[in-house]
Design a protein around this ligand. Structure first.
Ligand SMILES: [Zn+2]
Length: 315
């Protein structure tokens, strides 16, 4: 497969110090892909910054100016102590959004069969009006919105397998039916951000277009995949997506320090392979995946390698 791989040195300049969401995460990924000969199988892309007009598709002007002003002023965090900010954060966040939009367009136009964006800061917790959970702008929501409003896609599926609920993504689309948000995450009673209960299913025109599948702390590969096959895959098949976007956080791994699920690389291989089959069946193979969480460097980099290995393989 012709798989795009988007990354850029600007992402390393979002300097969060000793915070778990730090630049070493991307270094670990690219180092492993390079040393294991995977990088050369991918189409390396440097992306581009988003425009302000693009950000306004889902974010308030206030959030955009808050991120810019906090970066420029030398503030240490924005809106919440866990959103650590540095002078290059605004530029890195713009570039993360622009890269996922560019990747989505390239996949839509079939320049690439699929793509993975190794970007930071991550995005799925960012709301319309505020930063939270290490996220400033909602990368995946902006890519999905661009596909709907600029490219005419009508049945966009977002699958979020990060261990944390993608609250921002859910809230941005929960009243609309052109984006189906599906999230598997650790039980919100035991995990940040405390949302994503099974009874959150969308509102108004979006009723039925949000699917939350919380799983108990301690869940391992076998049980997790059984839940996926029983409760998630049939719903996604029924939806017949014309484009699949993936919030790929690898923090449900058993070695991850921030949460309590017990997945291994095997679960990520199976999920990726099932998403790829679903895309081939309904969406001419169109998948764009983007990095969210994953904080154990070894678990993260080996999980990303397996994810990419499936995306770029011919079968
Ligand atoms: Zn996470």
């Amino acid at each position: 497969m012709n798989t795009g791989f988007y990354t850029n040195p600007i992402f390393l300049e979002h300097d969060t110090g000793s915070h778990p969401e730090n630049a070493n995460r991307l270094r670990a990924i690219t180092d492993r892909l390079e040393s294991e000969g995977m990088l050369e199988k991918l189409k390396l892309q440097s992306g581009r910054p988003a425009t302000i007009q693009e950000l306004k598709m889902v974010h308030s002007e206030k959030l955009i100016s808050d991120v810019e002003a906090a970066s420029e002023s030398g503030a240490r965090n924005l809106h919440t102590p866990d959103c650590v900010i540095s002078p290059q954060t605004y530029n890195a966040a713009l570039h993360a959004v622009g890269s996922v939009i560019e990747g989505a367009v390239e996949v839509a136009e079939r320049r690439f069969d699929n793509a993975f964006c190794a970007v930071r800061p991550p995005g799925h917790h960012a709301e319309n009006d505020y930063a939270m959970g290490f996220c400033f702008f909602n990368n995946i929501a902006l890519a999905a919105e661009f596909l709907c409003s600029e490219m005419g896609f009508k049945r966009v599926l977002i699958f979020d397998f990060d261990v944390h609920h993608g609250n921002g993504t859910q809230h941005l689309f929960e009243e609309r039916d052109e984006v189906y948000f599906v999230s598997m995450h650790q039980d919100p009673r035991t995990c940040y951000p405390g949302t994503g209960y099974a009874d959150e299913r969308g509102k108004g025109a979006g009723a039925g277009y949000t699917l939350n599948v919380p799983v108990m702390a301690g869940t391992g590969d076998e049980e997790y995949l059984q839940i996926f096959y029983d409760q998630v895959q049939p719903k996604m098949e029924e939806y017949k997506p014309d484009f699949i976007l993936v919030s790929a956080g690898f923090d449900a791994h058993r070695d991850d320090p921030l949460a309590s699920l017990n997945l291994t690389e095997h679960a990520y291989m199976v999920l990726t392979s099932e998403l790829k089959k679903l895309a081939e069946k309904f969406a001419e193979g169109r998948i764009i995946s983007m990095l969210e969480g994953g904080y154990d460097l070894n678990a993260l980099s080996s999980s990303v390698r397996e994810h990419l290995n499936i995306l770029q393989s011919e079968d």
